[in-house]
Design a protein. Structure first.
Length: 309
């Protein structure tokens, strides 16, 4: 799967992924009002509004980007209708030829992780029919239960030609409470220990020059990014934290290899809610998807001009 993602990145010269993380405050009023009027103030109305909102963005940016990353929690909070919107978003992104990275951050004891892996990147057989329940291409995985929690995902990756991004050094401010702690036995921080585990897991699922087991390393910690890029030479890096969280093109130099590959950078609200910022306010709510396209173009320009020099 990672080879397919790399092919799409090369084809579009775009090492970026758009995070489809809808919130009610991001959805333009004309979309919300349409569905509230039709379905009332219900979970179903929110689900339909989220899907229409996502669909508009996908229609306007899919020719520029290789992948999208819906964050499942934004949908789960609205129950089953929210999850229906999530699944419809995954399917519509696939219809646009995009790689879908499901930001699910799962990781549990072995049997539970196996079920998560099957549900999101695997398949089930019912009455002779093979069905892919959520059918993302790649998912994010929390490694802090150890190999028991990660190995089931690697098994499914190999069976289904899928991928995972393992949390190594996340972009949030409090990540250092655990991830930066020095491990006395190894004389290095915990995130470096996890990076070495990513290498071990990844060796079991190689796909060309890179592994289907990648890593999440936030743009908000560029010096750590440089270290981790060297520690994980075969792991593709998913880089959150660009844009609204403070990361910029110049912070990304250390995440890429000399050939311009090795990383894919995520921006969520900076793209999907661009019309709410002063820079793109001229588009207004009705032009929210056009604002998203303009924000993608600006992000690409920033990365191309600053991350590879």
């Amino acid at each position: 799967m990672i080879s397919r993602l790399i092919d799409e990145i090369k084809k579009k010269s775009a090492p970026i992924v758009v995070g489809l993380d809808p919130q009610l405050k991001f959805v333009p009023e004309h979309i919300l009002n349409k569905w509230y009027n039709e379905l009332g103030y219900t979970l179903e109305a929110v689900g339909e509004a989220f899907y229409e909102y996502n669909k508009g963005i996908l229609d306007n940016v899919s020719d520029l980007i290789p992948a999208v990353k819906p964050q499942i929690a934004m949908y789960e909070q609205y129950g089953i209708p929210g999850l229906v919107a999530y699944k419809k978003t995954v399917d519509y992104a696939h219809s646009k030829g995009l790689v879908v990275i499901g930001d699910i951050k799962r990781g549990d004891i072995g049997s539970t992780s196996e079920s998560y892996a099957i549900g999101h990147i695997g398949s089930v057989e019912l009455g002779g029919n093979v069905i892919k329940p959520f059918d993302e291409d790649i998912v994010t995985v929390n490694p802090y239960l150890g190999t028991d929690g990660v190995k089931p995902f690697v098994v499914v990756c190999n069976k289904e030609d899928k991928g995972i991004f393992v949390l190594v050094k996340t972009s949030n401010p409090s990540s250092g409470e655990f991830q930066d702690k020095m491990i006395e036995e190894d004389e290095r921080p915990l995130y470096e220990v996890v990076a070495n585990m990513v290498n071990a897991w990844g060796a079991e699922s190689m796909d060309g020059d890179y592994s289907n087991v990648g890593a999440v390393v936030g743009a908000t910690y560029p010096q750590m990014g440089i270290i981790l890029r060297k520690l994980m030479p075969k792991a593709y890096i998913l880089v959150p934290g660009y844009g609204a969280q403070g990361g910029s093109g110049k912070d990304l130099k250390g995440y890429f290899n000399e050939d311009g590959l090795g990383a894919i950078v995520n921006s969520s609200r900076g793209i999907i809610a661009a019309y709410k910022s002063d820079k793109y306010a001229q588009f207004g709510g009705e032009g929210y998807a056009d604002a998203s396209r303009a924000a993608v173009v600006d992000m690409l320009t920033d990365i191309r001009e600053n991350a590879f020099v």
